[in-house]
Design a protein around this ligand. Structure first.
Ligand code: SF4
Length: 374
C-alpha cells in the first residue's frame, strides 16, 4: 500500500512561532564568521562551497588563504588549476575546487567576472546546487530563496517530527516547500543565517541542546521524545575496503610522481605511481602486484623494494589501505605524459591527495625511515 504524500503546511501563525524566537536567539547567539561580514557574493559562494561536508573550524584558515590568493572571481579564473588545488590540499572533496575554478572561468567569460542575480544563471554554474544558489542570492542580495542543506533539513525534520526518510523524493519536496513557507518576507538573509546557525550549534546531529533551543516549545520531536531518532538515517551499507599500492621510486634526490587524469576521483592531483590490488589477488600478494605493475607499465624491475609506509584512508564510499614501497633506481629514465621526476624538496609545491601527502611529509622529514600508520 502506498503511503499518503507528506504534507507540511505553514500558516502565518506557525511562521511567527518559528521565526520570532529564532531571530531573537540569533541576535544574541549567532556566530561571528568572516563570510557573515560581507555581502560580496563571491566570498559567500566560496564559504558555502568550503562548508559542504566540512566543519567551520577546518574551513576558516582555508577560507582566508584562498581569498588572499584569489581576491576576486577574475583572479580565481585566471589561476591555473594546480595552484587552486594546492590551496585546497587537505580540505578534501577536490571536485569542489575544480568546480569553483571552472565556474569562475564561466563567470569571467559570460558575466564579466560578476555573480549574476538570476537564480537560474547561478544554479547553472558548475558545483552549485539549489541550496547553494539560494544561499548566495539570499545572503548577498537579500532575495528570498529557501535552502535545504544538512542543518536546515535536520531542524525541520525534528521541528515537524518527520518520521519518513528525508531523502525520499516526496519528503524532500515537502521539506523544500516548508523551508520556503517558513522564510519571512522581511530580511530573509538574517533568517537563513539564523536557521543555519541553529542547526550547526544547537540542533546538532548528536545530542541536540534542546534546553537552550529557541524552538523548544513548539518543537514536535522534543515533545514526542524523538530527537535522538530524527532525522531518520539511511540504512548504512557495508563499507568496502580495498588495498592499493604506490611506489616511491628514487634516483639520488629525485622522486617519480604522476598526475591523475582531469576526470574522476582526485582528478588533477599528483601521486606516487601505483594502482589498486585486484580483488582476486591473494591476500599478502600486494608486493607481487606492485612488482608486476612496474614491470608491465614501465618495464622496471623493482624487486628488493622495501615497505616504506602503510596508510589507512577513508573515502566517502570506501576505505583503503595504501601500501607504499620504496626503491632506488640507478638512473632516471625519460618520462612523458603525466609522469615526471621532481627533486624531493620540490614535492611540496605540488597538490597531492591526503594519503599521498603523508608520503610527501615523510619523504621531506625522514626520507629513509619507513613509517607504518597501521
Ligand atoms: S528543541 Fe531540540 S530537537 Fe527541537 S529544534 Fe530545538 S534543538 Fe532541535
Amino acid at each position: 500500500m502506498s503511503r499518503a504524500p507528506i504534507e507540511l503546511e505553514v500558516d502565518a501563525a506557525l511562521r511567527r512561532r518559528f521565526t520570532a524566537p529564532l531571530l531573537k536567539w540569533y541576535d544574541g547567539s549567532g556566530r561571528n564568521l568572516p563570510w557573515r561580514m560581507t555581502d560580496d557574493p563571491y566570498r559567500i559562494w566560496v564559504s558555502e562551497i568550503m562548508l559542504q561536508q566540512t566543519q567551520v573550524a577546518t574551513v576558516l584558515p582555508y577560507y582566508h588563504r584562498f581569498l588572499e590568493a584569489f581576491p576576486t572571481i577574475k583572479a580565481l579564473a585566471s589561476a591555473d588549476l594546480e595552484t587552486v588545488l594546492k590551496l585546497w590540499q587537505g580540505l578534501g572533496y577536490y571536485a569542489r575546487a575544480r568546480h569553483l575554478h571552472r565556474a569562475a572561468q564561466t563567470l569571467l567569460s559570460r558575466y564579466a567576472g560578476k555573480m549574476p542575480k538570476s537564480f537560474d544563471a547561478v544554479y547553472a554554474l558548475p558545483g552549485i546546487g539549489r541550496s547553494t544558489a539560494g544561499a548566495i542570492l539570499t545572503i548577498a542580495h537579500g532575495k528570498r530563496y529557501p535552502i535545504l542543506d544538512g542543518n536546515v533539513r535536520r531542524v525541520l525534520c525534528r521541528f515537524f517530527a518527520i518520521e519518513e526518510d528525508p531523502r525520499e523524493k516526496s519528503v524532500e519536496a515537502a521539506l523544500w516547500h516548508c523551508s520556503e513557507q517558513l522564510m519571512p518576507r522581511r530580511n530573509p538573509s538574517r533568517y537563513l543565517q539564523a536557521i543555519m546557525d541553529l542547526g550547526a550549534t544547537v540542533c546538532t546531529p548528536r545530542q541536540p541542546d534542546c534546553p537552550h533551543c529557541p524552538l523548544q516549545k513548539p518543537c514536535a520531536a522534543r515533545k514526542q521524545g524523538l530527537t535522538d531518532r530524527l532525522p531518520v538515517k539511511a540504512v548504512s551499507k557495508k563499507v568496502l575496503h580495498f588495498d592499493y599500492f604506490a611506489g616511491v621510486l628514487r634516483v639520488d634526490d629525485f622522486v617519480l610522481i604522476r598526475r591523475r587524469p582531469l576526470q574522476g576521483l582526485l582528478a588533477g592531483l599528483w601521486e606516487f605511481p601505483g594502482a589498486r590490488v585486484d580483488s582476486h589477488e591473494k591476500k599478502g600478494a600486494v608486493m607481487a602486484a606492485y612488482e608486476k605493475f612496474f614491470r608491465e607499465t614501465l618495464a622496471l624491475n623493482v624487486r628488493g623494494s622495501h615497505l616504506f609506509m602503510e596508510i589507512p584512508h577513508a573515502f566517502t564510499h570506501f576505505k583503503m589501505t595504501l601500501h607504499v614501497f620504496s626503491f632506488r633506481l640507478k638512473k632516471r629514465f625519460q618520462t612523458g605524459g603525466p609522469m615526471m621526476w621532481v627533486e624531493r624538496e620540490s614535492l611540496a609545491a605540488h597538490p597531492f591527495s591526503s594519503a599521498h601527502q603523508k608520503i610527501v611529509l615523510q619523504l621531506c622529514q625522514s626520507p629513509d625511515r619507513p613509517r607504518l600508520f597501521v
